[in-house]
Write a protein that binds this ligand. Structure first.
Ligand SMILES: Cc1cc2nc3c(=O)[nH]c(=O)nc-3n(C[C@H](O)[C@H](O)[C@H](O)COP(=O)(O)OP(=O)(O)OC[C@H]3O[C@@H](n4cnc5c(N)ncnc54)[C@H](O)[C@@H]3O)c2cc1C
Length: 317
């Protein structure tokens, strides 16, 4: 057991004033697991559960502003989300369990860390957990890990479901810094690729910054899909997932989960939607660096995209 201090705050301002060198606790479903395993050993915890930031508001342009502490269950059950952004509701409901979704928050979900087995095993080398120690995954078991966006330092995948839907919806992450300065980060840039420098930055947040909300543009229309392929039919992370919004004229947006350190999408892939699954996958996986164990993910993703396109075609007829 490592000792740490624990402070409970009642506003975002108070959280920011106390945030230097601390870890914010939201639902705690990821952070506390990591503390128990000593993957992380923060000296200070700041509990933000009573800091407000728990409303879902309609914005002036007809979009949504989702407070950082909105629970995953509440977001998936919101009538505006179900009507205007069903891909988001479906992605959230495909993740974890009811109990965890009742506790997990919008910001915490975005900030969930990789499920790489070597990140979890503190006896083994992991550059993400212990910068400079190496990456055991390079010569190890990589079945669940990323096939693209990786580097020699890290093969970690981003395990989240919700973020994949947020990627096709062009969500924007609102953050506030310790000085009170606010800024926004497009979801496409929020999760970082490992690159070749240490330590590995996972998120586009500066020290002490707090996520205050996630905003969505007005509903995109079209038919929405979230298809997740996993080893068990529930309570398992995606081997591959596909989020898509497909319009009647065959245009749309598509993003993959489980294959990269961030929700994986590209303009070229979106432009290829009318050309079929192979063309979309070719665009998405250009430059992929699969390992022997996880090369199957490229075929699996291609077939999952094909299944989504077939469902979209059926929805149009
Ligand atoms: C058994 C199990 C199965 C799961 N299955 C899935 C699954 O299938 N799909 C899926 O997507 N997820 C799954 N999850 C992960 C789950 O979705 C995350 O644990 C959860 O979303 C994290 O949210 P939280 O609020 O509990 O985060 P916390 O654990 O409280 O925080 C996580 C991280 O976010 C930081 N943080 C939290 N709020 C803020 C903020 N406002 N500003 C800045 N930093 C912040 C914390 O400091 C911490 O680093 C599973 C989890 C478990 C335990």
């Amino acid at each position: 057991m490592k000792t740490f201090t624990y402070d409970r705050v009642t506003s975002a301002e108070e959280a920011l004033a106390n945030g230097a060198g601390a870890s914010f606790v939201a639902g705690g479903t990821n952070l506390l697991d990591h503390m128990k395993l000593q993957i992380v050993t923060p000296e200070r915890l700041v509990d933000i559960n009573r800091a407000g930031m728990d409303a879902i508001e309609t914005t002036a342009d007809g979009g949504l502003r989702i407070g950082a502490l909105v629970r995953n269950s509440d977001l998936a059950a919101d009538a505006r989300v179900i009507a205007g952004y069903p891909v988001l509701a479906r992605a959230i409901l495909a993740g974890a369990s009811g109990q965890i979704r009742n506790r997990a928050t919008t910001a915490g979900n975005l900030m969930q860390r990789t499920r790489c087995p070597y990140f979890y095993d503190t006896a083994l080398a992991c550059n993400k957990r212990a910068p400079g120690s190496g990456c055991s995954a390079q010569d190890g078991h990589s079945r669940t890990l990323a096939v693209i966006g990786t580097s020699d330092l890290c093969l970690c995948q981003n395990p989240g479901d919700m973020a994949v839907a947020l990627r096709v919806l062009d969500a924007v992450v609102e953050v506030a810094g310790p000085s009170g300065k606010t800024r926004t980060i497009p979801i496409a840039q929020f999760h970082q690729l490992p690159g070749d420098t240490l330590p590995i930055a996972e998120f586009a947040l500066d020290p002490g910054e707090l996520i205050t909300a996630v905003t969505l543009p007005p509903p995109p229309g079209g038919a929405h899909f979230y298809r997740k392929v996993r080893d068990r039919s529930s309570y398992a992370f995606a081997l591959v997932s596909v989020a898509a919004v497909i319009h009647g004229d065959g245009t749309g947006r598509i993003a993959l989960g489980g294959v990269a350190p961030r929700p994986w999408a590209s303009e070229a892939a979106d432009a290829a939607i009318s050309k079929g699954a192979r063309a979309i996958a070719d665009a998405l996986f250009e430059g992929a660096r699969p390992q022997e164990d996880n090369a199957f993910k490229i075929d699996l993703a291609t077939r999952t995209i094909a299944a989504v396109l077939a469902e979209a075609k059926e929805a149009r007829t």
